[in-house]
Design a protein around this ligand. Structure first.
Ligand code: C2E
Ligand code: CA
Ligand code: CA
Ligand code: CA
Length: 285
């Protein structure tokens, strides 16, 4: 290893080398996924807590590198943003989601069944609404079947423009979910400014809900959750607790009056075929 000498002029060490290497790998994963159509979507059910009926499913992208195996989706999405490939990748993901939405709704036997797609910053562009409109027409999928999940980071930047894009989407009949609500700085601001239909709360809060309120951090998180519930109720919006893994977390979400839940306790994200079978088996008769 190089010694960190006093006169060292180039700040190039193992950490940076590793970072550059990692970025190259991630960019290659994205490029390969685009060139070979080599990305997969998994779908995780979202349940209405009162009835335990499946309301919809969240689409989550999966990447597999031939040598490294599965690569975390958030890292790949970030790499796609940084290397200018997000527009193409985002279109591919939305194409998969819209195609799956029709099949899943049929399997669920529920005309209200929806599929949610996560949007990243680079996807919130002026042509997004017309892009999705074309996909819906091609697959004969009604707009209410698609929910777009947006986070603060996806909207960060030109807020006026983001507001216009979201208004266009909402005008088409698509619904919007605010993802990871309460984790950022301006969640409250966004709920007043954008046409939000569903509010989703991150797993970090789900974990805190089920903990004994011994330390100040847990107490603060629990207070934030209570105020989010009050807000969602005042606005009449469905509220989803993400990442429910245990019966205790489920009980806490119910006690706090979350309307919906999602997590490994109910089901892991799975391929469209598997979720179709899962939904068909649970269909109310
Ligand atoms: P997210 O949108 O908050 O998605 C929820 C994450 O929680 C998913 O991780 C899901 O697999 C995981 N999860 C669900 N239930 C549980 C549970 O009970 N316990 C635990 N520990 N985790 C649970 P995943 O699939 O690894 O995705 C991570 C992030 O990557 C997502 O966070 C999202 O920000 C991003 N992402 C995934 N797919 C896409 C995509 O198609 N487009 C965009 N733009 N971002 C995506
Ligand atoms: Ca999400
Ligand atoms: Ca989330
Ligand atoms: Ca999250």
């Amino acid at each position: 290893a190089k010694r960190a000498g006093r006169n060292r002029s180039i700040p190039f060490g193992p950490a940076i080398a590793q970072e550059i290497g990692q970025r190259r790998v991630l960019e290659a994963v994205v490029r390969q996924a685009i060139e070979t159509d080599g990305l997969e979507m998994h779908f995780q059910p979202v349940l209405a807590l009162a009835s335990r009926r499946v309301s919809g499913a969240e689409a989550l992208v999966r990447f597999r590198h031939p040598d490294l195996g599965p690569v975390p989706p958030d890292a790949v999405i970030r790499a796609a943003e940084q290397s200018g490939q997000i527009a193409v990748l985002g279109r591919m993901i939305l194409g998969r989601v819209v195609a799956a939405a029709g099949r899943l709704a049929a399997a669920a036997g529920d005309p209200e069944f929806y599929v949610t797609a996560n949007l990243s910053a680079g996807q919130v562009t002026d042509d997004l609404a017309s892009q999705i409109q074309a996909l819906l027409a091609r697959h004969a999928v009604p707009p209410r079947r698609i929910v777009l999940e947006i986070t603060e980071t996806a909207l960060f930047g030109d807020e006026r423009r983001a507001a216009q894009v979201l208004a266009d989407l909402s005008g088409l009949g698509l619904r919007l979910a605010l993802d990871d609500f309460g984790s950022g700085y301006s969640s409250l601001n966004y709920v007043t400014r954008f046409p939000v239909d569903i509010i989703k709360v991150d797993r970090s809060f789900t974990i805190a809900m089920a903990l004994p309120a011994r330390d100040a951090a847990t107490q603060a998180r629990q207070a934030v959750v209570r105020s989010i519930v009050a807000l969602a109720e005042a606005l009449g919006k469905p509220l989803v607790a993400e990442g429910i893994e245990t019966p205790e977390e489920l009980a806490a979400a119910e006690r706090l009056r979350f309307t919906h839940g999602q997590g490994f306790h109910f089901a892991r994200p799975m391929p469209c075929d598997d979720l179709c079978a899962w939904l068909a088996a649970r269909r109310p008769r």
